[in-house]
Ligand binder design. Structure first.
Ligand code: SF4
Length: 102
C-alpha cells in the first residue's frame, strides 16, 4: 500500500513502519492471546486488521501474537473488547515503539 498527495512522493506503509524503532521487553510481552481452541471471528480478524502484522494463525488454527513490532494503536484491544480473548497492557516504561516521525 502506498500513500500520496499532491507534490508528495508515494511511500509504502512498510517503508514508513521501518522508520519506527522498538525496544523489546524480552520475555514480558505487553499483549497476550488467551488460550483458546477456536478463535472467535473478532480474534481471527486481527490477523488482517493489525497494522503491524503482529497476529498470525498457527498450524492448529489458533491465533498467536508476536508483540515485538506493536504500534500500540489499540485496534486489537477494541476489536476483542467484548470477547476478552486478549490481555492488553501498555509496555513498561522505556519499552515499546518509538515513533520517529510523530
Ligand atoms: S495494538 Fe495495534 S499494532 Fe499493537 S498488536 Fe494491537 S492492533 Fe497490532
Amino acid at each position: 500500500m502506498t500513500t500520496a498527495s499532491a507534490g508528495v512522493p508515494a511511500v509504502k506503509v512498510e517503508e514508513k513502519l521501518f522508520q519506527n524503532r522498538y525496544l523489546v521487553d524480552a520475555g514480558r510481552p505487553h499483549i497476550r492471546v488467551r488460550p483458546h481452541d477456536t478463535p472467535s471471528k473478532a480474534l481471527l480478524a486481527l490477523t488482517h486488521a493489525c497494522p503491524a502484522g503482529c497476529y498470525s494463525l498457527n498450524d492448529r488454527g489458533q491465533v498467536e501474537i508476536s508483540a515485538d513490532g506493536c504500534l500500540e494503536c489499540g485496534t486489537c484491544r477494541i476489536v476483542c473488547a467484548k470477547t476478552g480473548e486478549i490481555e492488553w497492557n501498555y509496555p513498561r516504561g522505556g519499552y515499546g515503539v518509538l515513533f520517529k516521525f510523530g
